[in-house]
Design a protein around this ligand. Structure first.
Ligand code: GLY
Length: 468
């Protein structure tokens, strides 16, 4: 079978790599791909006319999938899903993995997602929705005066009395490429975030409606899953091994939020009783809701959880696999990913059994760091710096490089396909991840960081505590 993967990040590299390992997959096209996918066995990058979410690119992709006789298209990022790429493919009789546009609202509209959770009894934090700037500002002001009447209300323990006022989460309703959430610890911070979204319109339409949410303190867990829900048929959600991303830029969970600085899977503290709680209070009500809403959701989902006092709370749905969680989870998957996708699309997921490798995978991310004139990721960063990789050392550590913001060097001698090891230059903030397997989390971490020490580029930076 030939597969088309849409996207250009580390997640898409991990998907393409996993498919390339499978005997029944002959060819993997990645559109547009990156410097890593270009060098992967069986893989070929396909340049796109513009952004994958744009009309022209979506027409091109459907046409390409038909001509290449792709048995399957896997859409990696949320933006093309939000723009209805799956609807277009299905209208044209093509097999595309992902929710249709209506089902994608579980990520593209935070207000829809929250009302869905509320309606179907999915455990989540309290929230209020605002379309008026003044009302949002007033509510935030009240929260910091008397949290028991506002969004921080569900925990009435001593630490949440006014002298320990919990932060308030200010969230844009629409898609914001990871820039739509502020955890405000002070009234001025909340007011600034509300003004930025609703008055200055920093995120355009995405910030027209704002959610003010209860802050749930705890440890984050990401559960990725395969979903097969079609109107009129019993649905299935098949969860993968749990993973943990590390969103803050610096060690110890400090600094600004990022797209994700590294992941580990499975999560040692996600106990069987938490798993049961997740199934009962998050997964099953979600499935019931999807069926009741008559959604057409045949694709991946990402449950962003917070664990507080032994209970799972759902922070958000993402209608795709996580990045960098995928770079930690897929190397543990023993089942055939192509077959899993077909089972989702053909409503045969109930009979599919996922098999997982024992042990753990750690995947720290290397980012473009601070240099004179550049704040470094997630702020402004340099591009075009050569990435040096000592491939023998990387292999010796058992590490695998998943490229993200890394392109093929313009002067790469011989071409990457000749060697499988492209000469790379930096092209994005999150440049790459090194994933390594170990018998346990400790060994996976040791190997991953040994592998990462085989990589260097100007200003390279990373967190040293992924999986700790
Ligand atoms: N790891 C966070 C995300 O994929 O959105």
């Amino acid at each position: 079978m030939t597969v088309l993967v849409v996207g250009s990040g580390g997640r898409e590299h991990a998907i393409a790599w996993k498919l390339s390992q499978e005997e029944n997959i002959e060819k993997v096209f990645v559109a547009p791909g990156n410097g890593g996918t270009a060098g992967e066995a069986k893989c070929e990058n396909v340049p796109l006319p513009g952004d994958a979410a744009g009309e022209e690119a979506q027409c091109f992709l459907a046409d390409f999938a038909r001509k290449a006789k792709a048995g399957l298209t896997i859409v990696g990022p949320e933006a093309p899903l939000a723009c209805g790429i799956v609807d277009r493919f299905r209208e044209e009789g093509l097999q595309a993995v992902g929710p249709d546009r209506a089902a994608a609202r579980l990520e593209t509209s935070k207000s829809y997602a929250k009302s869905f959770m509320e309606h179907y009894g999915v455990r989540t934090g309290r929230y209020r929705l605002f379309t008026e700037y003044d009302s949002a500002l007033h509510y935030a002001g009240q929260h910091f005066k008397a949290p028991s009447r506002a969004a921080g209300a569900s925990d009435t323990s001593a630490k949440n009395r006014p002298e320990h006022i919990p932060p308030l989460v200010v969230k844009a309703d629409g898609l914001a490429a990871g820039k739509g959430v502020t955890v405000a610890s002070a009234p001025e911070e909340a007011a600034g975030a509300i003004a930025s979204l609703m008055k200055e319109k920093s995120l355009g339409e995405a910030g027209k409606t704002v959610l003010l949410e209860e802050y749930i303190e705890g440890r984050e867990v990401s559960v990725l899953a395969a979903v097969s829900v079609s109107p009129g048929k019993p649905g299935v959600i098949l969860p993968f091994l749990p993973a943990r991303d590390h969103k803050r830029r610096f060690d110890g969970g400090k600094g600004p939020n990022t797209g994700g600085m590294g992941a580990i899977a499975p999560v040692p503290d996600f106990s069987p009783s938490l798993e049961q709680d997740f199934n009962a209070r998050i997964l099953r009500p979600t499935l019931k809701g999807m069926e009741a809403e008559g959604l057409d959701y045949r694709g991946f989902i990402f449950f962003g959880l917070m664990i507080r006092n032994g209970r799972c709370f759902l922070l958000e749905y993402n209608v795709r696999l996580g990045d960098p969680e995928t770079q930690a989870v897929l190397p543990l998957m023993e089942s055939n990913l192509g077959d899993l996708c077909l089972a989702m699309l053909e409503n045969r997921l109930d009979a599919f059994r996922t098999a997982w490798k024992a042990g753990a995978v750690c995947a720290p991310v290397a980012v473009a760091g601070e240099l004179p004139g550049f704040a470094g990721y997630p702020g402004a960063y340099r591009k075009g710096d050569p990435v040096t990789v000592d491939w023998e050392k990387l292999a010796g550590a058992g590490g695998r490089l998943f490229a993200a913001g890394a392109a093929i060097a313009p002067d790469a001698a011989g071409g990457p396909a000749d060697t499988g090891r492209a000469a790379l230059v930096t092209s994005g903030g999150r440049v790459l991840a090194v994933s390594a397997w170990g018998a346990d989390a400790g060994e996976a971490r040791e190997r991953a960081y040994r592998g990462l020490s085989a990589v260097s580029f100007e200003g390279m930076a990373y967190r040293a505590d992924i999986g700790v």
